[in-house]
Design a protein around this ligand. Structure first.
Ligand code: ADP
Ligand code: MG
Length: 697
């Protein structure tokens, strides 16, 4: 059996060296097993014929039975196309081929009964089919009554005749020659408990399901397997972290207490207190902390991080706080500096723009231990940055950091330092369970008291004058206003123009000396950016016109209005982040989403969601539904989400079941050393590598 599946693909009947090369190059199919695992992306119910007069513009793939009325090759030699007039008793359509014109033309017979299969497009008020599949009706009948698999193929494959249909033929050959069953990898107990069909059945049925019911059972089995294997890894990593020895922070001392009693200008929320307790427990355990701190924007995560760093200092250790952008690092630095007034604790700031001389001094103070807290960007993971005694790393908005970058931090310390990861963008539960399943989670689910929820409004461009009136009122109450423009790489120049025009309009509408307007965007020199920000923070300018560079972190409690221009061009999590910049003080704040009347349905849903709720977790759920996990920031590079079938937005139930199942297996047999787990063990090693999987076994 194994021999059969590992056979190189060119030895499959119908493949040969040329197609073999194509399959390897185009879709990574090297062996019989690879082909078996190349799953259909959809199924077409080939018993479902339609009539020509039933075609709709939103029809996907359809089957039509009819006759060829006429055919004609039009256009010059290299641009020629074959146009076939095709009719059933209800109407006529055109079938068009641009490729293989000669061959197809010779083989199609006028007057014969054919079945075509394809996707209609509307052209000049009538439908046509480009490159449909076409079979004699007598042959097509044979395939009736089954769900027909559709396989993704590349343009190159299609040009060489390796269409979806050809792949499905190869699959048939493969399955016909597969006499012994595909080996099972899931433990028997799991199969029984979750009533899953065998691996063998699933892989056979997924290619040729007889009906919907069979298809669903095959899909469920395969999804479960994917999610189960991932959860096995994630849980294994989690136990591994827990066995990783690290420094013990046994006491809470002078720094923490001084800060708590003298400097903290407010009382902690209950949620903050709970999280600090959870963290303290980790730090005292002797094992490495790996904790994810989730909390909505403004919930006070940074403060929790600061207190954690003070505990590190109390125990003689250094900490670092890594932020995703320069502006945010600076902001952290300044606010932490302010919070620590009167405490004898060295803090440093290291970013890409730190001057060489300063940098040298910083390096020295880090090595001799005068700096206790280092705040910075990516710059602080460079090899040249060495600590005397690094005990804790806080990573803000970690989803922008790659896993590899994170692990570089570990090398800076004798033991792996404690890790606290903060995410400002709430992550839906299912995604968190998969992406950060190896981390313990703390949630700050409460905002500081006296915060009024931000009111969010959607306004169209034609009510701009009213908007300016409203802004004027707020400004005259002494408040400040952000106006944010999108900046997207592809249209950077146009966007900058929009931004600048917006700036000039605001300057004209809000003239000096009564009002001052600042402009801020990523392309400005650092010194100008700093100045612009500083003026706004100090309330020397009242209106800040900017791109999303202010997205993260900036904290100006006096700002009460966030106007987002072209709101339809922003993603949900970005809109939520931006809204989080206001509502930081005690006054009522507003977020105004400006758009034109032309909105796609997704854009409308994003805007409606923002208007309806302030709850970051709800927003994250909608975001996941709209975009799919592949597009959620940072998940692309994680590589853990390349599922064949599983869908994090839809398979929550299976994810949970797989998590529980994986936990049970590991409880019973942590190293998977029992014979009944041999196959599973082998599979995991192959998938995730010996080092990850077998470190403790
Ligand atoms: P996050 O990092 O979660 O977005 P921050 O830590 O930046 O939130 O806190 C947002 C604002 O709320 C800051 O100005 C901070 O000083 C303030 N803050 C934090 N915790 C509290 C609290 N318990 N009570 C009142 N204000 C708080
Ligand atoms: Mg923050």
């Amino acid at each position: 059996m194994n021999d059969y599946l590992v056979t190189p693909i060119e030895f499959l009947k119908g493949v040969g060296p040329k197609r073999g090369e194509l399959l390897r190059k185009e879709i990574n199919v090297f062996s019989f097993e690879d082909l078996l695992n190349y799953l259909p992306f959809r199924y077409v119910d080939k018993s479902n014929y339609v009539k020509i007069n039933e075609l709709k513009s939103e029809s996907t793939y359809v089957l039509i039975q009819g006759k060829i009325l006429s055919k004609e090759v039009v256009g010059a030699k290299f641009k020629s196309r074959l146009v076939v007039r095709f009719a059933d008793e209800t109407g006529e359509i055109d079938l068009v081929w641009f490729k293989g014109v000669k061959w197809i033309n010779e083989n199609l017979k006028i007057g014969e009964d054919y079945v075509i299969f394809g996707k209609p497009t509307l052209f000049n008020k009538s439908y046509n089919f480009t490159h449909p599949e076409i079979d004699l009706a007598s042959e097509a009948k044979l395939q009736k009554e089954s769900l027909f698999p559709m396989y993704n193929t590349t343009e190159t494959m299609k040009n060489k005749g390796l269409t979806s249909k050809a792949v499905s033929k190869l699959m048939q050959t493969l399955l016909e020659g597969m006499y012994s069953p595909v080996p099972e990898i899931l433990p028997e107990s799991v199969l029984q408990k979750y009533q899953l069909i065998s691996r063998d059945s699933a892989l056979r049925l997924i290619h040729y399901p007889k009906n919907q019911d069979e298809l669903v059972r095959a899909q469920n089995r395969i999804k479960f397997e994917e999610l189960f294997l991932l959860q096995m890894r994630v849980l294994k990593q989690k136990t591994q972290h827990k066995l990783e020895k690290s420094y013990v922070f046994s006491k809470v001392g002078e720094n923490f207490n001084h800060f708590y009693k003298e400097n903290l200008p407010f009382t902690l929320t209950d949620a903050q207190k709970r999280v600090v307790k959870e963290i303290r427990k980790d730090l005292g355990s002797g094992f490495q902390m790996n904790r994810l701190l989730q909390g909505d924007v403004g919930s006070g995560k940074t403060l929790v991080a600061l207190m954690t760093m003070l505990i590190a200092a109390d125990n003689g250790f250094q900490s670092c706080l890594m932020a995703p952008t320069e502006i945010l690092a600076q902001q952290h630095f300044k606010s932490i500096q302010k919070f620590l007034t009167g405490l004898d604790i060295g803090i440093g700031l290291l970013t890409g723009s730190t001057k060489t001389k300063e940098r040298r001094e910083l390096h020295e103070s880090l090595q001799n231990g005068t700096i206790k807290i280092l705040i910075g960007t990516h710059a602080l993971i460079e090899d040249t940055v060495q600590f005397q005694k690094l005990g804790l790393c806080v990573i803000d908005e970690q989803h922008r950091f790659g896993v590899a970058q994170r692990s570089k931090l570990w090398a800076k310390s004798q033991f792996p330092p404690h890790i606290l990861v903060m995410t400002a963008t709430p992550i839906p539960r299912t995604l968190a369970m998969t992406l950060y399943g190896d981390l313990d989670t703390s949630v700050i689910d409460e905002l500081p008291p006296n915060r009024r929820p931000v009111q969010t409004l959607h306004r169209y461009d034609n009510s701009r004058l009213k908007l300016y009136e409203f802004i004027k009122q707020e400004l005259r109450k002494g408040r400040q206003v952000y106006v944010v423009y999108p900046l997207i790489k592809e249209s950077e120049k146009l966007d900058l123009k929009d931004l600048e025009e917006g700036y000039f309009t605001m300057c004209a509408e809000f003239p000096r000396p009564e009002f001052q307007v600042s402009i801020l965007h990523g392309k400005m020199p650092q010194t100008e950016k700093d100045l612009g920000m500083k003026l706004f923070v100090e309330n020397k300018t009242q209106i800040m016109v900017s791109t999303t560079v202010i997205e993260v972190g900036v904290d100006v409690p006096n700002a009460t209005v966030m106007v987002i221009e072209n709101a339809e061009r922003f993603g949900l999590s970005q809109l939520h982040q931006l809204r989080g910049r206001v509502g930081r003080g005690a006054e009522q704040s507003y977020c105004i989403l400006m758009s034109s009347h032309k909105l796609s349905s997704d854009a409308r849903q994003r805007i409606d969601t923002m208007v309806k709720t302030n709850d970051g977790f709800k927003i994250a759920e909608v975001d996941l539904q709209l975009r799919g996990p592949g597009d959620i920031q940072g998940t692309q590079q994680s590589g853990t989400l390349n599922f064949k079938l599983a869908d994090l937005t839809k398979d929550e139930r299976i994810i949970r079941a797989a998590r529980v199942a994986a936990g049970l297996v590991l409880d019973e047999d942590p190293n998977l050393s029992q014979p009944r787990h041999q196959k599973l063990n082998h599979t995991l090693r192959k998938m995730f590598g010996e080092t990850v999987w077998s470190k403790i076994s």
